[in-house]
Design a protein around this ligand. Structure first.
Ligand code: DGT
Ligand code: CA
Ligand code: CA
Length: 578
């Protein structure tokens, strides 16, 4: 059982309890546990191997959850979870995959119409059986039908962080075999796409090494679909398909290039090769006429043979990278080491799990120069948002903390911030005079996600035009695979951000990645800086920054395009409002 699978169990417990109408605090404690486990960089399995008590050190995991983690790791199951599942008709939970259908709506649909599955939901909506329900009309029926289509389209894809964890683990499994030389995940994972269909791993090894036997012996394999000499395919217990290909050293570069994709990029490169009288495949670059082998050992050789600079995998989507590579105009991309701080961080003061000191220490350990502590504002009671008085006190606490650092000669600063709620009418949840006392005002939408696009755009533009925001957080509100972005006109938002000197956040939380790659590029082209922030709710979440950095790279961003690639001095200057 890996962390995402364990998180999934807690998420499901929370869903079922909520469908049953149980105590919201109990529901919330399981949801929090799921978030903590999901965002945890080290596998719980390896932590428990060091002793069960090690789990106690993880913030946000109480006794009852801890016992369940131990049970799940030991038995692969959780009795409490199994018991709850038996109380519901199978298929009912599937309804939650439909955007706009939460546990409360599931309960309503089941109690009033007897709907137990996605298919029944689709049929009921088509037959107009939903429009009489409380809060539902013909429009909501149409919306549900659209959401069902969407869910059918994306189902079967996996989150980037889930597959990344599996890939790391699988890689170290394969490397344990003597005689294995290179192990390289390729495909959409190497391009850091936000969701992954299947995992493609490439291997080179010495002759006669039983690499395929070893590949299928990975403990998480539940089914061997195919097992050949050069290609095998397995399905893991979490449903993910993994393809393995074994290659000659001579064609490792060309295979890596081919299987990294994207398909659109490869087709464009192949067409280019053709025009040059060359043929390009996973085995190498060849002269069309004579079949003579030209290149294939490294990716550099392959791109070089068709007159291109090496293209970073994140750019390989046929969005202009080939033309840029030809003209030696590929952008220098942002790297993890360029990031100097995090501008969206929560602590225990609102809904985070760690203290100010703990968050700051973790950030310092990452080599950062600053973090901005941005607690929720008063309107967000569910996240323990701060009333004015509590925010003022929090500001003092931070001031004192910074003074202590200064006295000790530590070069690190905690910026005073807030994640102020953008209310449905576009006004901000604190008055201007209070916001003006803060170093970093992050604004965000937390409600009314299904507003019509026109209204949502007007709401966000109004918030931007207050000129009190520094950064607009998770600008489209999407949760990958579960919640569609709200219907906001991002072109207008980006233009307004430019006009009012507001920066846009790329929220690095792997389920958000919001701004997405395309909007990052648009921000860059418009001249709006992007803040790559983790929205960390505990110290471990700070490490999610890597997902933000690679998404930014997919959006062509360089160091100069990223607000928090600047050091403390630079950032303070940029955050100053006129
Ligand atoms: P995924 O798995 O849906 O997240 O996306 P990918 O990009 O990993 O796609 P996948 O696993 O179907 O194939 C891996 C790579 O193999 C793909 O990115 C490019 C290459 N490839 C697959 N099919 C074709 C094809 O028909 N033509 C070309 N040129 N390349 C292909
Ligand atoms: Ca793939
Ligand atoms: Ca594949």
């Amino acid at each position: 059982m890996d962390n995402p699978q364990i998180a999934r169990i807690f998420e499901e417990i929370a869903d079922i309890l909520e469908i049953k109408g149980e105590n919201p605090f109990r529901v919330r404690s399981y949801r929090n546990a799921a978030l903590v486990v999901q965002g945890f960089a080290v596998s719980l399995k390896s932590i428990v191997e060091g002793g069960e008590e090690e789990l106690e050190k993880i913030p946000g995991i109480g006794t009852s959850i801890r016992e369940k983690v131990v049970e799940i790791l030991a038995t692969g199951k959780c009795k409490f979870h199994d018991g709850l599942l038996k109380e519901l008709p199978p298929g009912l939970l599937e309804l939650l995959r439909i955007s706009g259908v939460g546990p409360k709506k599931v309960a309503l649909l089941y109690d009033k119409v007897g709907i137990k599955s996605v298919d029944e939901l689709e049929k009921a909506a088509q037959a107009h059986k939903l429009c009489g329900l409380p809060g539902m009309g013909e429009k909501s029926e149409q919306k549900i039908l659209k959401a069902v289509q969407e869910a059918k389209r994306v189902s079967g894809r996996f989150g980037l962080s889930t597959v990344r964890t599996v890939a790391e683990d699988y890689k170290s499994h394969i490397k344990k075999l003597k005689g294995v030389i290179d192990v390289e995940p390729s495909g959409s994972l190497r391009r850091w796409k936000e969701s992954i269909g299947d995992l493609d791993i490439l291997v080179t090894c010495k002759k006669g090494v039983p690499v395929m036997d070893h590949f299928v012996s990975y403990p998480e394999v539940s089914e061997v679909v195919a097992k050949g000499d050069t290609k095998s395919t397995v399905i893991l217990t979490n449903g993910l398909q993994v393809d393995l290909r074994v290659l000659d050293k001579k064609s490792f570069g060309s295979a890596l290039q081919y299987f990294t994709g994207s398909k659109a990029h490869n087709i464009a490169v192949r067409d280019r090769a053709k025009r040059m009288g060359l043929k390009i495949s996973e085995y190498g670059v060849f002269r069309e006429k004579t079949g003579k082998w030209m290149a294939g050992r490294t990716e550099q050789d392959v791109y070089g043979a068709v007159g291109l600079e090496w293209v970073p995998p994140e750019l390989r989507e046929n969005r202009g990278e080939i033309e840029a590579a030809e003209a030696s105009k590929l952008p220098g991309l942002i790297e993890l080491k360029h990031i100097k701080g995090d501008l969206h961080v929560h602590t225990k003061e609102s809904d985070g799990a760690n203290t100010l000191e703990e968050m700051a220490e973790a950030a310092m350990a990452m080599g950062y120069e600053y973090i901005a502590v941005t607690e929720h504002s008063k309107g967000l009671a569910i996240a323990r948002g701060l009333e004015e008085k509590r925010l003022l006190k929090h500001i003092e606490t931070i001031d004192r903390f910074n003074e202590r650092l200064k006295k000790k000669g530590v070069k690190f600063r905690v910026l005073k911030g807030t994640e102020v709620d953008i209310r449905s009418d576009g006004t901000l949840d604190y008055k201007s005079s209070l916001l003006e006392r803060l170093d970093c005002v992050v604004g965000a939408v937390h409600s009314g996600f299904d507003m019509p696009g026109k209204d949502m755009t007007r709401r966000i533009l109004k918030a931007i035009s207050t000129a009190k925001l520094h950064i607009l957080a998770h600008p489209t509100g999407r949760l990958i695979g579960t919640r569609e972005p709200y219907a906001v006109d991002m072109e207008k938002v980006i233009n307004a951000a430019k006009k009012y000197g507001v920066f846009l956040e790329l929220n690095a939380y792997p389920e958000r990645l919001d701004l997405n790659d395309i909007h990052c590029k648009l921000a860059k082209d418009t001249g709006v800086l992007v803040a790559i922030s983790t929205d960390a709710h505990n110290t471990l979440h700070l490490k999610n920054i890597v997902y933000g950095v690679h998404t930014a790279r997919r959006g062509w961003l360089g160091k100069k395009d990223v607000l928090n690639a600047g050091g403390l001095k630079e950032v303070l200057k940029l955050l100053k409002k006129g």
